[in-house]
Design a protein around this ligand. Structure first.
Ligand code: FES
Length: 105
């Protein structure tokens, strides 16, 4: 599925990710340093915070541990805030657009 990241400066980067990859992995493979992902995708650090600008309705509901972490993000939590390591990419999510916050720590 195709996934696009909007960087804090407005630049857009798109990549073709593999089904089953996480959005965090896609960001790291693009070399985007705005996704820090300190804990390596284990849902304990909240430094992989993103705002879902397109495709939010296709994502599963926020899990309890993700919800707790989203309360502690460095950038403000918004209704479309998610942890990118908890977004598993599928063909259904093709065209997903994620905005990277201006800070993760
Ligand atoms: Fe640590 Fe997502 S990478 S919570």
């Amino acid at each position: 599925p195709s996934i696009t990241f909007i960087l804090p400066d407005g630049e857009r980067r798109t990549t073709e990710a593999a089904v089953g990859d996480t959005a965090m992995y896609a960001a790291l493979s693009l070399g985007l340093d705005g996704v820090v992902a300190e804990c390596g995708g284990n849902a304990v650090c909240a430094t992989c915070h993103v705002y879902v600008e397109h495709g939010l309705e296709k994502l599963p509901a926020v899990a309890a541990d993700e919800d707790d972490l989203l309360d502690g993000t460095a950038a403000e939590r918004l209704p479309n805030s998610r942890l990118s390591c908890q977004i598993k990419l599928s063909s259904d999510l093709d065209g997903l657009i994620l905005r990277i916050p201006d800070r993760q720590v």
